[in-house]
Design a protein around this ligand. Structure first.
Ligand SMILES: N[C@@H](CCC[C@H](N)C(=O)O)C(=O)O
Length: 287
């Protein structure tokens, strides 16, 4: 273990890292254009650096790399804070887009290569819009049985898997109790799923969605989840509860706007993205 940490630190000590956030979903970013860090080292760094209190703290860790696809300007490997690789992250894409444009490493707009395909990213000042691919595997009205209860849920994959369930009073929803039951439910094995609790609310005659998300790989509620907001908007429109563009109010208090391109069958996610700081680490951050 000590040898592993020593050699990781030697590779990392002179590298600049970046902390970015999109609507309260926060990420550590490392530029890896030369392929200096392997995916296994990415996993180790995610597990170490994302720890609260003992290290930098974040929901995820991102390696920025050279793309393989000829249309892409840049590629990434996205790691959840537990070190698992995720195919896509909506808020991560927005935060990274703002950072890479700020560093003058990409044009605007540009394409990001992910395991879920090419993601169109457009920076608009402090706001960023990304286009997720076509939602897939939609399943409405699934009855899920747990040991004591039954839940009526909906499922869709917006780059990563999402369950959506409606809850009467979202502020008191037992997200940390029911979230893990559904996240690990037999029906979603082996990949598992993220779990979104949703309450449609009205303001000035318009319906918006209040959301709380239990995230796979973070294994806790996060302050916002972009692909989760998209999945929730998509399902709510399918159920006839709202119309595009859909406003989604996240746990952080920030609003995400979800829109739909009927012709291309693409979901758009837009909201605030912030550059927090750039830094080097001391060895203790990896211990
Ligand atoms: N927070 C993200 C989703 C990140 C991946 C997710 N935890 C998973 O493993 O499926 C977002 O903004 O979309």
């Amino acid at each position: 273990m000590n040898n592993e940490i020593n050699s990781l630190f030697l590779k990392l000590k002179d590298e600049t890292l970046y902390k970015v956030s999109a609507s309260g979903n926060d990420f550590i970013v490392l530029l890896n254009f030369e392929g200096k860090f392997t995916p296994e080292e990415g996993t180790a760094l995610a597990k170490r650096l994302c720890r609260d209190k003992f290290s930098v703290s974040a929901d995820g860790f991102i390696l920025i790399e050279r793309p393989l696809h000829p249309q892409a300007h840049v590629a990434w490997k996205f790691f959840n804070r537990d070190g698992s690789i995720a195919e896509m992250c909506g808020n991560g894409a927005r935060a990274v887009a703002r950072l890479l444009y700020h560093l003058e490493l990409v044009p605007n707009p540009f394409y990001l290569e992910t395991l879920a395909g090419l993601i169109f990213c457009q920076v608009k000042g402090e706001r960023v819009k990304v286009a997720l691919g076509k939602p897939r595997d939609l399943k409405l009205n699934l009855a899920l049985k747990s040991d004591y209860d039954m839940y009526l849920v909906h499922f869709v994959n917006t780059g990563v898997p999402h369950v959506v369930l409606f809850w009467e009073d979202i502020d008191t929803a037992p997200v940390e109790k029911i979230g893990p039951l559904i996240r690990y439910h037999e029906s979603f094995k082996p990949a598992g799923t993220n779990v979104n609790f949703l309450q449609p609310l009205e303001e000035d005659g318009k319906t918006y969605l209040k959301i709380r998300t239990y995230e796979r790989g973070v294994e806790a509620e996060t302050l916002a989840c972009g692909t989760g907001a998209c999945a929730s908007a998509f399902i709510s429109v399918e159920l006839g509860l709202v119309n595009y563009p859909v406003s989604v109010l996240t746990r952080s208090g920030e609003l995400l706007i979800i829109d739909w391109d009927e012709e291309k069958e693409i979901l758009y996610l837009e909201g605030q993205a912030s550059l927090i700081f750039k830094f080097n680490i001391y060895q203790d951050a990896l211990k």
